[in-house]
Design a protein around this ligand. Structure first.
Ligand code: NAD
Length: 165
C-alpha cells in the first residue's frame, strides 16, 4: 500500500483520478494540486444551480483536465466513469445546512443515493480503486472492497464495549 505523505505525493504522478463535484470549491482546488503533481484528472459535476460549481474555478487548468457534466445519481454514467481510475475523491453533494432545513430532498437524492450509486459502481467495475470522501489523500487508503463486514463491525463493537478504556 502506497503512503501519501508529502514525499509520497510524487507517486500520484501519472495516476488516474476521478473527482466528483470537481467544479466546486474543494474539488477544483484539489484538481489544481493533482494536476501540478502530474495526475491524469477527470472531473464530474452536474453544475447544480446555487451550488459551488463554476468553470471559472478550473480556468487555470482547463486544458489539462477532462470534464464530464454528469449527475452522480446517473448509474450508467458512474459505471462508466469509475473504470480505470486509481483514485476517486467524492466531493459532490448538497453541502448547505440551511438548504437542508428548507428542502431535505436534495440531501437524500445527492448525498445518500448519489454516494450509493458511486460506491456500487466502484464495487462492480473497479473494486481496486481507492476511494475517499475527503480531499486528504491520507484518508484514501482503503479500497471499497476492504470495508469491514457487518460481522467484523459487530465483533469490534463488542470488543470495545468490554474494554475498560
Ligand atoms: N467548503 C469547505 O470549507 C469544506 C471543508 C471541508 C469539507 N468540505 C466538503 O467538501 C465537499 C465539497 O464541498 P464544497 O465546499 O466544494 O461544495 P461546492 O458546492 O463548492 O461543490 C460541490 C459540487 O458538487 C456538485 N454536485 C452536487 N450534487 C451533484 C450531483 N448529484 N452530481 C454531480 N455533481 C454534483 C455541485 O454542482 C458542486 O459543483 C463536501 O462534502 C463538503 O462537506 C468542504
Amino acid at each position: 500500500m502506497k503512503a501519501h505523505g508529502p514525499a509520497g505525493l510524487q507517486s500520484l504522478s501519472g495516476a488516474r483520478v476521478l473527482i466528483t463535484g470537481g467544479l466546486g470549491f474543494i474539488g477544483s482546488n484539489l484538481a489544481g494540486r493533482l494536476v501540478e503533481l502530474g495526475a491524469d484528472v477527470t472531473l464530474v459535476d452536474a453544475m447544480i444551480p446555487e451550488y459551488g460549481g463554476n468553470l471559472f474555478n478550473i480556468e487555470a487548468i482547463r486544458d489539462r483536465v477532462k470534464v464530464n457534466f454528469s449527475d452522480i445519481c446517473d448509474r450508467h454514467a458512474m459505471d462508466w466513469l469509475v473504470r480505470g481510475q486509481d483514485y476517486v475523491f467524492h466531493l459532490a453533494g448538497q453541502v448547505s445546512h440551511v438548504m437542508s432545513l428548507t428542502d431535505p430532498y436534495p440531501d437524500l437524492e445527492y448525498n445518500i443515493k448519489g454516494t450509493v450509486v458511486l460506491m456500487e459502481a466502484l464495487r462492480r467495475f473497479n473494486p481496486r480503486a481507492r476511494a475517499s470522501s475527503s480531499p486528504a489523500p491520507a484518508a484514501s487508503t482503503a479500497p471499497p472492497s476492504a470495508c469491514p463486514s457487518p460481522r467484523t463491525r459487530r465483533r469490534t463493537r463488542k470488543a470495545s464495549m468490554k474494554s475498560p478504556i
